[in-house]
Design a protein around this ligand. Sequence first.
Ligand SMILES: Cc1cc2nc3c(=O)[nH]c(=O)nc-3n(C[C@H](O)[C@H](O)[C@H](O)COP(=O)(O)OP(=O)(O)OC[C@H]3O[C@@H](n4cnc5c(N)ncnc54)[C@H](O)[C@@H]3O)c2cc1C
Length: 526
Amino acid sequence: MAELTRRGFLIGAGAAGAALALTATAGRAFAAKGEDEDNLDWANQVTEEISCDILVIGGGFSGTAAAVQAGENGDKVLLVEGQSALGGNGTGVECTNAYGLHPNSGETTLGEMVRYEADAQSYTVNQMFIRDMISHAAENVQWLIDNGVQYEAIEDLDLAYLEMYKEGRYRAAFSFDYVYKGGAAGIGYFPFMKKKLAEYGVNLRLNTRARDLVLDENGNVAGAYATDTYGDTIKINAKAVIIGTGGFGEDADRMGKLGIDLNDVRIIGTPGHYGDGVTMMIKAGGIEHGAPAFGCTNIIGSAGPWGPIWDKLCWGGPSLWVDIHGERFSDEACSTYTHNFELQHVPVRLAGGTCWTIMDQTILETMLEGDEEAAQLWDEMIANGDDAYRADSLEELADAMEGVDKELFLSQVEQYNACVAAGVDSDYGKDAQYLMPISTPPFYCGLIRGALEGLYSGGVKTDRCFRVKKPGRDQAFENLFAIGADGGMLYNNMYGIDINGSMSCHGVNSARTAANTAHEFIANGR
Ligand SMILES: Cc1cc2nc3c(=O)[nH]c(=O)nc-3n(C[C@H](O)[C@H](O)[C@H](O)COP(=O)(O)OP(=O)(O)OC[C@H]3O[C@@H](n4cnc5c(N)ncnc54)[C@H](O)[C@@H]3O)c2cc1C
């Protein structure tokens, strides 16, 4: 059986760590932006000038695919990557949806899949974009295979994981995904795509960070400025620019404007997602998407996502959640109803980014379900004060929860226990099967924060060809494209992980569509 990444954590293989370690050793070429960098006059600092047909900014999952497609089309391509290795968050991708190619997809119609995704997310998704993505999935994955990308053979996979996706704590009913060799794109995708870049003569510059777009007198895109680790500023002239910088998960300013404090979030993935692409495109006149969808799940203390503490104690259910003031704010069982680990964190994010999960001894034992490893880890976390505390009384517990208003907290527990006694959650309607009193000492609390797997959708608005939209009806740049996480037209506010492997499916689809549209634009001499 293949070692799987995110799933691997659940079944104990843990291959994602290995995949991400590949890039961790590559080091960090650039830190986050300095204070005034957005306003620097790059034109006055140019020390080198180069020209190409297509400039691809960002050598992650989608940028690499765009560069390979553009190279295959015969265009002269320059690919710049800010870090010292290709990959970005794409390194950790374990699977890509391959509807139409995967043998299990035979019975399912395209319409059923689109309907499922739309319905599961209350029709807030862009149905046409979802349809475009899924209808090209087979062709795109076949193209990757033709370019040497390697997947685990379907017959070698333990198909139990498909069942886990369908019936377990995931809601992904349409698991028609191909799993990368070794369980991660860092192993099955990038080494082979890198070979293709060389074969097609793509000029690859690592440690080179794009800073600003060059616009001509008509406001069209004419290239970009970039800096490298030698301190050079490079002016890159290009007939078309494709941007795939992976979103703005590490941009404290933009995240702050969404009410997300990066101190409340642990970033899971590679460094380098400072929002450069999104900032450049908005500055050039593109429209911000405005309703970004994140891959974010709950964690407590230093215990990572997909480990035993996550599996047992982060999903809510019979525990009581209170915000940093001590007030209850949500039905704690909502993510258990939906089988959606992305939905775990939404109520917490809406409540300010962190919350306390409260358990008594009986609730803790119920949630641990006899998992000895999780129980031992929990004890260790308490012993280390790792955002986890135990107390003999609720008053003492309140003292351990920094910032919590003790009176408010105690009154909330009283109110909650009254709901439990009545068998009806009159405040948030939690299902009666999850209503258990907070009454048997000792009592426990853990501080829940978010583990951010990056922005999944939501940089700037694009049209169907991934051209960056401008204000006005049907207005878009002809030669500026946003792909992958930077092109944000699929999901709004919430990524439901309903169609498994959809983000990389979108990554390769947006990349190829953009490269082919740019090729036509150049071929038509515009
Ligand atoms: C742990 C993990 C597991 C995941 N698993 C899956 C999965 O199984 N299936 C799935 O479909 N999706 C998965 N995802 C989501 C997927 O990784 C992303 O959707 C995908 O990587 C987005 O591709 P991208 O090209 O937009 O961004 P990235 O792959 O992150 O690439 C962006 C690149 O741009 C570079 N960059 C940034 N700024 C600049 C600049 N100014 N100049 C030059 N370069 C720059 C970055 O260094 C990076 O290399 C996972 C994500 C994580 C973190």
